[in-house]
Design a protein around this ligand. Structure first.
Ligand code: EPU
Length: 301
């Protein structure tokens, strides 16, 4: 989608940088996605005005975080892509509270907190993506989930068109799910973390890194796990038991290393990946009577 000349000037006045027809294959960990105009914001406070301008011009939009848990449609996309102001580096510590921008890198934040002797998040070290993306879906690994440490979130609430602050106790964090509305935009978070010596945190980080390296296809293009685990089970184990490792649709393949990772092995399209997801879901449904729910977020056109 192209941003019309009529609103380009208004966006510029709000400090928004416009990049025309960007290929989103470059912006996602799957390396899949069509093209659209990209709007880079440089100031959190202008978000309500920018979104009002787009709404008045009937231009649909989406915010992209780290692009690590999303499957974007191919071709010319019917919405523009927004990016939050870049984080430089986007985190600071005050006592045992970390103040973090949503656009900050999740791993960078874990390391920064560790250096300030704040732990708890060791399990999140290898999870790729932005802090905002992790918050929205309550990302987790190795017994840690980010929601456990949230004291306060500042967000843009589409329902009120305002920036609001929500207390951690008023947010529900479940397994890979939160009570945020789908169109809430995470802006900043305050995390309350347990004090821990840097050396101890580092040892925990090392263990998690080793586990991840030995079980996940880290050097291939993926979106992490494609499906959520069903209660009490493992999607990866079920798909593996069905002999589906290596199963392929076009350039999309079930990883040989971890069966719940679907990789873009060779110029996969979104259609390839969606077909692979449907086929595997159907095989698991037939064999186990379980309907696997997507963990990856799908943006259709
Ligand atoms: N397994 C197999 N074959 C496979 C994959 C796994 O037999 O191809 C078996 C493993 O041997 C293990 C069990 O299944 O006994 C569980 O595997 P794993 O420890 O890899 O955990 P998972 O349930 O598949 C979850 C998260 C991961 C997270 C790991 C570690 C989900 C959907 N996945 O994976 O998160 O890194 O635990 O905590 O919750 C993600 O969310 O994208 C993700 C990668």
């Amino acid at each position: 989608m192209r941003v019309s000349h009529t609103i380009a000037a208004g966006l510029k006045d709000l400090g928004v940088e416009l990049r025309p027809a960007v290929a989103l294959t470059e912006k996602t960990s799957l390396g899949i996605g069509g093209a659209t105009d990209e709007l880079q914001l440089h100031n959190y406070d202008t978000i309500p005005d920018v979104l009002r301008l787009l709404a008045d011009a009937a231009i649909p939009h989406k915010f992209l975080g780290g692009g690590t848990n999303v499957l974007i449609a191919d071709g010319d996309l019917p919405w523009v892509m927004l990016h939050l102001p870049p984080a430089h580096p986007g985190f600071r510590v005050e006592g045992n509270i970390a103040h973090v921008d949503a656009s900050a890198d999740l791993g960078g934040m874990v390391t920064f907190c560790a250096k300030n002797n704040l732990g708890g998040m060791e399990g999140l070290i290898g999870v790729p993506g932005s802090v905002g993306g992790a918050l929205r879906m309550n990302a987790g690994a190795y017994g840690t989930q980010i929601g456990s440490y949230v004291r306060e979130v500042e967000l843009y609430r589409a329902a009120t068109r305002r920036i609001e602050t929500v207390r951690g106790n008023d947010i529900r964090f479940d397994y890979r799910h939160t009570s945020f509305a789908p169109d809430d935009i995470m802006l900043r978070v305050k995390l309350e973390l347990p004090p821990k010596p840097y050396k101890e945190i580092l040892a925990g980080i090392k263990v998690c890194n080793e586990k991840r390296r030995s079980s996940q296809p880290l050097n291939q293009k993926s979106a992490g796990c494609i499906f959520k685990n069903p209660a009490g089970g493992s999607a990866g184990r079920m798909i593996d038991e069905l002999g589906l490792k290596g199963h392929r649709v076009g350039g999309a393949v079930v990883s040989d290393r971890h069966a719940n990772f679907f990789v873009n092995a060779d110029s996969a399209t979104s259609v390839d990946m969606l077909r692979l997801i449907d086929q595997v879901r159907e095989r698991v449904r037939t064999a186990y009577g379980i309907i696997l729910e997507n963990e990856v977020i799908v943006w259709k056109n």
